[in-house]
Ligand binder design. Sequence first.
Ligand code: SAM
Length: 285
Amino acid sequence: MASEAGLSRGTLLAEAAALLAAGGLGASRREAHLLWAELSGQGPSASLVPPDSAIAREQADAFLEAVRRRAGGEPLAHVTGRIGFRHLTLRSDRRALIPRPETEGLVELVLARAPGGRVADVGTGSGCIALSLATEGRYQQVIGIDLSPEALELARENRTLTGGRVDLVRGDLCAPLAPGSLDALVSNPPYLTAAEHAALDRAVRDWEPALALDGGAGGCDAIAGLLDAGRTAVRPGGWLALELDCARSAHCAWLAGAFGWTDVAIHADLFGRERFLLARRSDAP
Ligand SMILES: C[S@@+](CC[C@H](N)C(=O)[O-])C[C@H]1O[C@@H](n2cnc3c(N)ncnc32)[C@H](O)[C@@H]1O
């Protein structure tokens, strides 16, 4: 038990693995080691510490509490409170979607095409896209917009953590943006259908905000809203970059054309799935 004196690291990790296995997590020993490496602050070098080294009682108790949360199904990024995104380490909790590695590719596409000027990230969530653009690009202004006050609060904390210069604004899609003010509009909007959201694995559905995931009956409510309002917010010749579900990439490309966007192209994510839509605003009004 953690409350007994002289608890060794080996005993603690064995207890953690047993708790995780009882919670139904596979590879429970590996997960226990991963959690310890993260929470002890020792990182990968944690595995070099001899198993019989003593762990302070308070530290062991705090670790086992975190293990119980993980065993209860809470995502690793919430339990550790941290997630890596590109070169940033961000705070992560229930207030916003956990940044996914695929989304790093969306940032890459924007940096390659529109590395300067004024850019807005609609549905900024944790702020991962906006903060990456602000710290990696050479923008005059980066604006992060979200409807969720909780997500914006987390994005503000991440702004403080990373020092990224981002203006964070609460609003509905492009409503806070002046006409023709943007060189690029980027968004990873909610893009699942309501049925897909309802059928999600509980590890996602129970722990991440529905507002971040549920894109309405057909999954395209926010995307259609962005294709529509984005035409006003982006200057002629400016860029639109969206993350979407590969099941609807062809439909979204068609929709973009129907809303008058030009040079519409679909790009693959790091797993080869058609996940990103790029387009430009034509000169025509
Ligand atoms: C898929 S999450 C993306 C979060 C973050 N950008 C990322 O890539 O991890 C979608 C975000 O859009 C926000 N959102 C949903 N509907 C919105 C709306 N109508 N206007 C602004 N933001 C919205 C949600 O609160 C959520 O933070």
